[in-house]
Write a protein that binds this ligand. Structure first.
Ligand code: HEC
Length: 126
């Protein structure tokens, strides 16, 4: 229910507004997402040419899981068959070890729908 409310409220608020304020909204979401991303930064680079302890997340939205050439992914992620849709990214940041048992990524638990929205908005800008 909370998730539905969070999705509906901005939609209702936006009705009748100019497209420019929608864009400002997205920019604000991405900025908030950059804050959430601090919890990922230790392991993930935002430079497409660099894999850190984790793979680069540049262009990750819509990408097939475990598809970067120069990163040593776990067998579990390679065999997952997952595509990083928004829905799967939500499941991953809420409980990655549940989505892909055996993944090498340390467990994260970002279950707040708003935080997930921000994070995905930010990932889309990379
Ligand atoms: C302790 C280090 C660490 C942290 C913190 C971390 N990750 Fe990861 N991440 C990894 C590793 C290692 C992998 C590769 C997992 C595998 O091969 O099973 C990975 C994989 C991923 C993938 C799959 C990428 C691909 O190319 O398939 C995504 C998406 C991802 N992480 C997102 C995040 C997000 C978002 C956060 C912050 C909420 C985060 N990670 C925090 C280490 C980390």
């Amino acid at each position: 229910m909370k998730k539905i409310m969070l999705k509906l409220l901005p939609a209702v608020a936006v009705v009748g507004m100019m497209a420019t304020s929608v864009q400002a909204d997205e920019a604000a979401m991405a900025a908030a997402g950059a804050e959430v991303f601090k919890r990922c930064q230790a392991c993930h680079s935002t430079d497409s040419s660099k894999n850190a302890f984790g793979p680069s997340l540049v262009g990750v939205v819509g990408r097939e899981a475990a598809s970067l050439p120069r990163f040593a992914y776990s067998e579990a992620l390679k065999e997952s068959g997952i595509v990083w849709t928004e829905d799967n990214l939500r499941k991953w940041v809420a409980d990655n070890t549940k989505l892909v048992p055996g993944t090498r990524m340390r467990h994260v638990a970002i279950s707040d729908a708003a935080e997930q929205d921000y994070l995905i908005a930010y990932l889309k800008t990379l």
